[in-house]
Structures are given as C-alpha cells and as structure tokens.
Write a protein that binds this ligand. Structure first.
Ligand code: NCD
Length: 330
C-alpha cells in the first residue's frame, strides 16, 4: 500500500488506503465499547489538535482517539492561540512543529491550509480536520465505516441535501463515491449548488421530492451560515424546511429501509425533523461513535507505520517573504 504521511483529503487517496483505514477503524470499535478504553499503541507519541473553527465532535473525537491509544494530546483553539495576538498561521504551525509533535490535526477556514503548512513543517504529519469548503476526509471515512457496519455502501445511492456549495463533507463524498463505488445525488436550491458540479459524476436536483425515490441514504447537511457571503442564498427557515427538510413523509418515499445520516451539528426543524432525527433509521449517533474509531485508525497509520514519502522540501513557488505578507492564511 502507498504509505500515508499526511491526510489532506480524499483527493490524494486511493481505494486501498481507504479500505486499510476502514479495516483498522473497524478493529477499534470494540476498544471504545470496553469498560477500560485504553490501548498502548501510541505511547510516547505527541498529537496537537489546532482548531481555528468551532467544533464539538471532530475535536473531541481526535482527542479521545489519541488518549485512548495512550498518546499525549494537546488541544489548542483559535480563541486561545497566538494568532489572536497577530501571529500568522505559518508561524503558529512552525512554532508547534519545533516542539516535535508526531501529528498536527488542523481545522481552518481557509481551503488548502493543511497542504500549505505541510511544506514547512518538516516531518510532522498533518491531518486535515476540515479546511474551508474544501475537504473533510475523516468525516467521510467515518461515514463509510458507519455504512459498512449498517450493511455496506457499494452500489448504494447516497442523496446529499442542503448547503452543497459550502460543504466540505459533500465535496469529499463526491470524490469518495467514485473510488468506493456508490452513487451520489445532490439536492440544493440553485443558490447553494456549485456550478458544473455534474462533472464529479453525480446527479443534480433542485427539488428534494424528485431525488427521494430510489435513495438508499438521505444525508442531510446544515446550512453553513458562517460561510455564506450574502443573506439571500436561501428562503426563510420555515420555507427551507418545507422545501428541503427531511420529514417522515419524505423518508417513507425513499427506497425501502432508507437510512438517514448527518455529520452534525444538526438544526432540528430546519434540515431535519425531530422525529426523523430520533428514529431508528437515523445513523447520526453511530457516525459520532465511529468517528472516534476512524480517528484512532488515522493516528495509528500516521504514527505507527509512518514512512516518509520523500516529499520535496518547501516548494519554491513562493518565497517565505511573500508568504508572510499574504492575507488571512498568514
Ligand atoms: C461538518 C464540518 O465541520 O464540516 N461537521 C463536522 O465536522 N462534524 C459539517 C458542519 O459543520 O455542518
């Protein structure tokens, strides 16, 4: 298998690497259910979680994943980091890398922030925990593990509904679907659907009800209001729920046994009705549980069998000076 040095996104991965992480993740599910949730796998390893955006489940699951495997885990959030004092992302990254962690887990609002940093942080492995509207690979691995445990994803139709334009989850699923053999339908109002998204090989719908028949999984997304640059991209919350919210009636119109997923955080009464969110068809809490197992797998793969791919040093496309005067990323 092609060794993993970093986890930037599904775009850099092949099927074998994804299956390897799913197998490893599946083997960790049991550890998390034991009364004593501890294994020595990552003893002596240091992991830093550096989060510049809010997060509950992703940050907590990376922290639990590291701790349950006996790593030393440090959490830094934007509100307490030196970036609040004007330090650039590059300087923060290099400062933390100088402390010799094995893995830096990063969530940042700028797409490509992880790849950018990787060129400057020596041998520290970087995990993308969500970069802008770009990718969110550990969420997709989590979803695939959840679907595998619920009967499989191959040949299934996954209908992703909501704010596709700003969703890194939707984007990573589009890339994973091609590799792993499932179909994606996208549903959004025209204002929240990226242009020419059909080139990813998905079906595109603007009416939710047209996309429901034949859907095996209804995957609901939150409106990413923090990334909306205007306030006219969607109607009122009530209208949005009428047109794009998942309710019982819609769930019944889908394929038999259709399952419901959501990466969280969910807004009840907006993209999903409470009775559906709490129904036996919803895998939402299974996703949360499997998120810990997948992050254990990712950290193990990066720390354990860590072999360097011989990435080239800093790309000379931009000088360091140029980097330091460039906008928000720095
Ligand atoms: C998603 C994210 O951050 O991209 N959530 C998550 O990581 N569980 C989706 C979202 O914020 O709506």
């Amino acid at each position: 298998m092609r060794p993993l040095q970093h986890l930037f996104g599904i775009a850099d991965m092949d099927r074998e690497q994804i299956e390897y992480l799913l197998n490893l993740g599946e083997s960790f599910i049991d550890i998390n259910r034991r009364p004593l949730k501890k294994a020595p796998t990552l003893r002596g390893k240091t992991i830093i979680n550096l989060f510049f955006e809010n997060s509950t489940r992703t940050r907590t699951s990376f922290e639990l994943a590291g701790k349950r495997l006996s790593a030393d885990v440090i959490n830094i959030s934007a509100s307490t980091s030196a970036t609040k004092k004007g330090e650039s992302l590059l300087d923060t990254g290099q400062t933390l890398a100088a402390m010799q962690p094995h893995v830096l887990v990063i969530r940042h609002s700028v797409s490509g922030a992880c790849e950018f940093l990787a060129d400057y942080l020596g041998h520290t492995s970087i995990v993308n925990a969500g970069d802008g509207a770009h990718e969110h690979p550990t969420q997709i691995l989590t979803d695939l593990l959840t679907l595998r445990c619920a009967g499989g994803y191959i040949g299934k139709t996954v209908t992703i509904v909501g704010d596709i334009a700003h969703s890194r989850v939707a984007r990573s699923h589009l890339l994973a679907a091609r590799l792993m053999g499932y179909q994606v339908r996208l549903v959004a109002p025209k204002t929240l659907m990226p242009a020419e998204v059909e080139r990813f090989g998905c079906e595109v719908f603007h009416e939710f009800d047209d996309a429901i028949p034949g859907s095996d999984i209804l995957y609901m997304l939150r409106m990413q209001t923090e990334r909306l640059t205007d306030n006219c991209s969607f109607p009122s919350v009530r209208e949005y729920h009428e047109a794009y919210g998942l309710n019982r009636k819609r769930l019944q119109a889908a394929a038999e046994g259709c399952l419901v997923m959501h990466p969280g955080p969910m807004n009840r009464g907006v993209e999903i009705a409470t009775d559906v969110a709490d129904s036996a068809r919803a895998l939402i809490l299974n996703q949360v549980e499997h998120g810990v197992a997948i992050r254990m797998a990712v950290l193990t793969a990066l720390c354990g069998g860590q072999q360097h791919l011989g990435r080239p040093g800093p790309s000379k496309k931009m000088t360091m000076e140029a980097m330091h005067v460039q906008g928000s990323l720095l």
